[in-house]
Design a protein around this ligand. Structure first.
Ligand code: TRP
Length: 470
């Protein structure tokens, strides 16, 4: 509770508030922890050579991600509306342009596009629940596990079935409203997921290849890192923390006055990073123990973890539990992806929540077929970055989210005045506030811009750095 008496009358959210600070932390963590941590992080770390990539990713998370997360939450709580209206209102209040609303609109589109492919992967995770429970992986070898995955991903009908199912359950929760739907779910799931990951870690530690995995993940070998790898690391920092598209902003709109944004953000970032690193430490020992390719791509967890489950005591049980929890983690994330769009349709367009959620769900479902077909009908139809999936992932993670994040940090650091942000962050004007402001104004924007230039030019920045290094 806030004991301050502020002179300005603060806006109220139109959808109620989180019941407690813990509820908010759980909701944001629920949105952050998902396929990004367990499915995506290990496979992109594997594709980009491990150690150096992981180091850059960690840097991006703490130096760029953390201040941007604080910025998103503070803007959201200030505006107390959906991201489009929030950016417009706060922009006007600060005596600047109302066109900042465009950032919100871009975010809404990005959210729908993310969900369109996310739901396909989440669908695979759900189908693995049943396969694992049915004993498909008991005593199998690497090639059988691989062909099981190829059978599923290569069948557009099966994949489409699970994609459809996942979209439906997402729409159902979103239709009920953020609080009722989400709080209950996340409170039990997050701790359960963590316990299970720790159990799996024990298995991996005993595999005999743990040391090799640690070395792969934490010994930086910069010659394995390409300019585009740096961009992928930055893009993933945004993706995994759900930043750059207004999701955290939408959640911040329901945050009670007086809750500390700084400590909340630190907790979320630490939890998210910890879970990603755990996932890597679980998966890579299995990769090395079975002589698998660390750069197997999006199928990596589906081709490695079943092997572990197939050979560990109680594997059917633990494996089933794992995919159940992974599906749930994906579910709590998917809700955040269309929450900005739903909040916008209900608040600004007067559409009923359930109707808005259904329209958006239907639209997302359709676009999702591009990803569904990426491993079957359209497998050979590659352009620019690869398949339809590769392109949509590239567009979102490596372009839209970093650009969105850049705008958001410029907005919080340069457009909003010092009084507004320090009032909202509620931490005085001491060192803590100064550090945030320095990161948000200078470090985060410059880092994003440099990485974008580096990737677009194929390495200009690192070439330049190495010439001044010599
Ligand atoms: N952070 C999620 C994950 O790691 C994915 C994600 C990206 C997301 N943007 C989002 C989730 C916006 C909710 C809202 O799986």
């Amino acid at each position: 509770m806030s004991d301050q008496t502020t002179t300005t009358v603060k806006r109220q959210s139109l959808h109620g508030q989180w019941s407690t600070r813990m509820a908010f932390i759980l909701a944001v963590t629920g949105s952050a922890v998902g396929l990004g941590n367990i499915w995506k992080f290990p496979y992109i770390a594997g594709e980009n050579g491990g150690g150096a990539f992981v180091l850059i990713y960690l840097l991006c998370v703490f130096v760029v991600g953390l201040p941007i997360m604080m910025s998103e939450i503070l803007i959201g709580r200030r505006g107390r509306r959906n991201p489009v209206m929030t950016m417009k209102i706060v922009g006007e209040e600060e005596g600047r342009s109302r066109n900042w609303a465009l950032v919100g609109i871009m975010g809404i589109i990005a959210g729908v596009l993310i969900l369109s492919f996310y739901s396909v992967i989440a669908g695979w995770a759900m189908s693995y629940v049943f396969m694992t429970a049915g004993g498909t992986f008991v005593d199998t070898d690497a090639s059988q596990v691989k062909s099981t995955f190829e059978l599923l991903s290569g069948s557009w009908k099966l994949t489409a079935f699970w994609h459809t199912f996942f979209i439906v359950i997402t729409v159902v929760v979103v239709a009920q409203g953020v609080q009722r739907g989400l709080e209950r779910l996340v409170r039990i799931l997050m701790p359960a997921l963590l316990v299970l990951l720790l159990l799996l870690l024990v298995f991996s530690m005993n595999s005999g290849y743990f040391g090799q995995a640690v070395e792969f993940m934490f010994r930086p070998n910069f010659s394995a890192l390409t300019p585009s790898g740096v961009l992928i690391a930055l893009g993933h920092a945004f993706f995994t923390l759900s930043l750059g598209m207004g999701a955290v902003m939408a959640y911040g709109a329901y945050l009670p006055e007086g809750t500390s944004i700084t400590s909340t953000s630190v907790i979320v970032v630490l939890a998210d990073t910890g879970i990603a690193l755990l996932a890597g430490l679980i998966i890579f020992p299995v990769v090395f123990a079975n002589n698998l390719q660390s750069d197997a791509g999006p199928g990596l967890i589906f081709q490695t973890l079943p092997l572990a489950f197939g050979h560990m005591p109680g594997g059917v049980f633990f494996g089933t539990m794992f995919f159940v929890l992974l599906s749930f983690a994906a579910w709590t994330s998917s809700i955040g992806m269309i929450e900005p769009a739903v909040a916008w349709m209900t608040e600004s367009k007067g559409i009923k929540r359930a109707v808005a959620a259904s329209i958006l769900g239907g639209f997302t479902w359709l676009i999702g077929f591009g990803t569904v077909f990426s491993w079957s009908l359209w497998k050979e139809k590659t352009f620019f970055q690869g398949t339809f999936f590769d392109n949509i992932d590239y567009l979102i993670s490596n372009i839209a989210l970093p650009l969105g994040g850049l705008m958001i940090t410029i907005f919080a650091g340069w457009v909003m005045c010092r009084n507004s942000t320090s009032d909202e962050l509620n931490c005085g004007t001491g060192l803590m506030y100064k550090s945030w402001r320095f990161l948000a104004r200078y470090i985060a924007p410059i880092a994003v811009i440099l990485v974008l230039i580096e990737a677009a030019s194929g390495g200009i920045v690192s070439d330049y750095l190495s010439t001044i290094g010599n």
